[in-house]
Design a binder for this molecule. Structure first.
Ligand code: NAD
Length: 332
C-alpha cells in the first residue's frame, strides 16, 4: 500500500493502470507535497513516493515516517537533492529514484533542437509570423546534418543515445566524459573537452550539475566555438553562463542556441505571461532573438517518461517490500 504525493492528472493515468494490472497493490494518490504538515497522511501505508521540487528537510517527516514503519522513499524523479540524507540514515530508511525513465525522450528532443536550429526554423517562422515574409533569402540557407560535427559533453544514458542518433544520420560525433565507455565508440570518438568545444557545429550538454561545473560554458568557450556553431542545453541551467551566452549571441560568436533549462527557470516554468516585459530580463533578451529557442524544461516530457516514472518507482517499491535489492538505490 503506497501513498503517492504530488500526483498530477497525467501520472494518475499510469497509477490507475498499475492498480488494475497489480490487484494485490493499492496505490493511493494525493496532490499534496510531502512535508511536516502532510506526513501524517502516510500512516497505515508501507511506503511513500514523491515527485516534488520542494526540499523535504524537516526531521519530523523522517521521524514520523519511520514511526509508521515506512522504510523507503520512492522518488519518481532522477534528482534526489530534495532529500535530507542525514535524516534518511538516522532513521534507517532508503531512497530510490528513476534515473532511466527515458533517456531517449531527452535525446530525441536534442535531435529536434539541432534540426530546428540547423534548418533555421527560428528565423523562418519569425519571418512568416511576425512579418508575413515568405522570401527564401540567402541567410536562410542551411546545412545538412550528415556533414556536421556534433559535440557531446557528458556521454551517459542520455548522451550515448544522442551519439547513436546523430551517428545514424551520418554526422561525425565527438564526445567528452570523465569516464569513457568503449561501447560508445561505435557511435563517437572520445576526445578532450576543448577539442569538442572547438570542433562542434552542434555542441550539446548532457552532464549532471556539480558546483565545480557551474559556468562550464562561458565567455572563453564561446570565443573558442565556431561562429557557425549552435549550443544545446537540456541538462542543467547553471552549466551555461547566461550573460556570456547573450553576449556571444549578440557578438555573433555562435550562431544560435536551444535552451530547455536555464539559470532562473523557476521564474517562468509552468507559468503564463501576458507580455514579454513580464519575463526576467535575460529571457526578454533571448526571446527577441530568432536564432534562440527555449522550452519549459520539457525535454523529458513524453508519455513514456511519465509512465516509467510510475512503473520504475513502483517496481523498486515491490522489490524492497519482497526483500530484494532495489534496481535504483540512491547511495549518498
Ligand atoms: P548519466 O548519469 O547517465 O550521465 C551523465 C554523464 O556525465 C556520465 O557519463 C558522467 O560520467 C558524465 N559527467 C559527469 N561529470 C562530468 C564532467 N565534469 N565532464 C564530463 N562528463 C561528466 O545521466 P543522464 O541520465 O544521461 O542525464 C544527464 C543529465 O541530463 C542529468 O544530470 C540532468 O541534469 C539532465 N536531464 C534533463 C532532463 C530535461 O528534461 N531537460 C531530463 C533528465 C535529465
Amino acid at each position: 500500500k503506497a501513498l503517492l504525493y504530488n500526483m498530477t492528472p497525467e501520472q494518475q493515468v499510469y497509477a490507475d493502470k498499475w492498480n488494475k494490472d497489480h490487484p494485490e497493490d493499492d496505490l493511493v494518490s494525493t496532490e499534496d507535497k510531502l512535508d511536516a504538515k502532510t506526513v501524517e497522511m502516510a500512516k497505515g501505508y508501507d511506503v511513500v513516493s514523491v515527485l516534488q521540487v520542494f526540499d523535504i528537510d524537516e526531521e519530523e517527516v523522517y521521524r514520523k515516517l519511520s514511526s509508521y514503519g515506512i522504510k523507503q522513499i520512492a522518488l519518481r524523479s532522477v534528482g534526489y537533492n530534495i532529500v535530507n540524507f542525514d535524516f534518511v540514515h538516522k532513521y534507517h530508511m532508503i531512497v530510490t529514484n528513476t534515473p532511466a525513465y527515458s533517456p531517449r525522450a531527452v535525446a530525441e528532443n536534442t535531435l529536434t533542437s539541432a534540426m530546428y536550429l540547423l534548418r533555421k526554423w527560428g528565423p523562418i517562422l519569425d519571418n512568416e509570423r511576425e512579418h508575413l515574409n515568405f522570401v527564401r533569402s540567402e541567410d536562410l540557407m542551411s546545412d545538412e546534418i550528415y556533414n556536421q560535427t556534433v559535440g557531446i559533453i557528458g556521454v551517459g544514458r542520455i548522451g550515448s543515445c544522442v551519439a547513436e542518433m546523430f551517428h545514424a544520420l551520418g554526422a561525425k560525433v565527438l564526445g567528452y566524459d570523465l569516464v569513457e565507455n568503449p561501447a560508445n565508440e561505435a557511435f563517437l570518438e572520445y576526445t578532450d573537452f576543448d577539442t569538442v568545444v572547438k570542433n562542434a557545429d552542434i555542441l550539446t550538454l548532457h552532464t549532471p550539475l556539480e558546483p565545480s561545473m557551474e559556468n562550464m560554458i562561458s565567455a572563453k568557450q564561446f570565443k573558442e566555438m565556431k561562429n557557425t556553431a549552435y549550443l544545446i542545453n537540456a541538462a542543467r541551467g547553471p552549466l551555461v553562463n547566461t550573460q556570456d551566452l547573450i553576449d556571444a549571441l549578440k557578438n555573433k560568436e555562435i550562431a544560435g542556441a536551444s535552451l530547455d533549462v536555464m539559470t532562473g527557470e523557476e521564474a517562468i516554468v509552468m507559468k503564463k505571461f501576458k507580455d514579454i516585459s513580464e519575463l526576467p530580463v535575460e529571457y526578454q533578451e533571448l526571446a527577441k532573438m530568432p536564432n534562440v529557442v527555449f522550452t519549459p524544461h520539457s525535454a523529458y516530457y513524453t508519455k513514456t517518461s511519465v509512465k516509467n516514472m510510475i512503473e520504475h518507482s513502483m517496481t523498486d517499491v515491490k522489490r524492497v517490500l519482497n526483500g530484494q535489492k532495489p534496481i535504483y538505490l540512491v547511495e549518498e
